[in-house]
Design a protein around this ligand. Structure first.
Ligand code: NJP
Length: 264
């Protein structure tokens, strides 16, 4: 798939990975609808994408709100003339041991990380089916493929998104609609500072990738028609090793994520 001329909906586009992806896709000739809750931050991203030549529409919305998906997808159809790609990127973290999980926090991460993407998919699918093509890109995490102690609630939402996306991929294979899953590791964004629960411990710099690296990996994977995206080749190796040595994996991750964190 080529990005030039494609109409792309990006959720969580006000900062972090969503912002970098908007800029990367603008450089590749896409047109876009950017959504997140904070309008001023979205407007400043839109100013940059427009300066790169991309038609850009901004809709401030909370992905967990009942009518968010239908409003944003309708805006894409009405103002850009259609929707070709949906990127479910908006997400929120949650750090708490399972015995300390607050129900309200768990409901919030489920609403943003799982129910929001499902609503957006359901709103976009009629457009994709009519045109006989479309691409859904769901941002999961390495934490959606393996258990991370003290991130159980977050992992549960991302594991669910992984399984849902793979079911959807099978359901849509004959319809010409693709489903891509992205599995980043730690990314250098403000994600940890916006997470619910207790503060995240810092992750060593060498383990993190930049939001720009994630954006380029997504853009290229869509062009290459890949289904599952790891940002670094090393991540696949880490995952395979973690599966082979589960007790060692648990000890290492517990040391890293069980530490006391610091609020920014
Ligand atoms: O996070 P951050 P990232 N309704 O916090 C928006 C996954 N991931 O870019 O609403 C609508 O910088 C928020 O905007 P605003 C992660 O799970 C990350 O790092 O204005 N939008 C902002 O634009 C997530 O799915 C890491 O506050 C909502 C954006 O979402 C994706 O990558 C590792 C919203 C979040 O920007 C992007 O994360 C990994 C709502 N209710 C997976 N709530 C990592 N960073 O280490 C939030 O494996 N947003």
């Amino acid at each position: 798939m080529q990005w030039r001329g494609k109409n792309v909906v990006i959720t969580g586009a006000s900062r972090g990975i969503g912002r970098s992806l908007a800029l990367e896709l603008a450089r590749r000739g896409a047109r876009m609808i950017l959504t997140a809750r904070s309008r001023p931050e979205l407007e400043s991203v839109a100013e940059l994408t427009r300066s790169l030549g991309a038609d850009t529409v901004v809709v401030a919305s909370d992905v967990s709100a009942a009518d968010s998906a239908s409003e944003v997808v309708a805006a894409a159809a009405g103002q850009l003339g259609g929707v070709d790609v949906l990127v479910n990127n908006a997400g929120v973290g949650l750090r708490a041991s399972v015995d300390q999980l607050a129900r309200a926090d768990l409901e919030r991460v489920l609403a943003v990380n799982l129910l929001g993407p499902i609503a957006y998919i359901q709103a976009a699918l009629p457009h994709f089916r009519r045109q006989g093509s479309g691409l859904i890109i769901n941002l999961s995490s390495l934490a959606g493929l393996m258990p991370v102690p003290h991130l159980g609630g977050y992992c549960a939402t991302k594991h669910a998104l992984v399984v849902l996306s793979r079911c959807l991929r099978a359901e849509l294979r004959e319809a010409g609609i693709r489903v891509m899953l992205v599995h980043p590791g730690a990314v250098d964004t403000d994600f940890r500072h916006h997470s619910l629960g207790s503060p995240f411990p810092s992750v060593p710099g060498r383990s993190r990738v930049s939001a720009e690296q994630v954006a380029v990996a997504i853009a290229r994977a869509a062009e290459d028609g890949r289904d599952e995206v790891f940002v670094r080749p090393l991540d696949r190796v880490l995952l395979a090793t973690a599966r082979l040595l589960p007790r060692r994996r648990d000890r290492i991750l517990l040391r890293r994520y069980g530490r006391t964190g610091v609020r920014p």
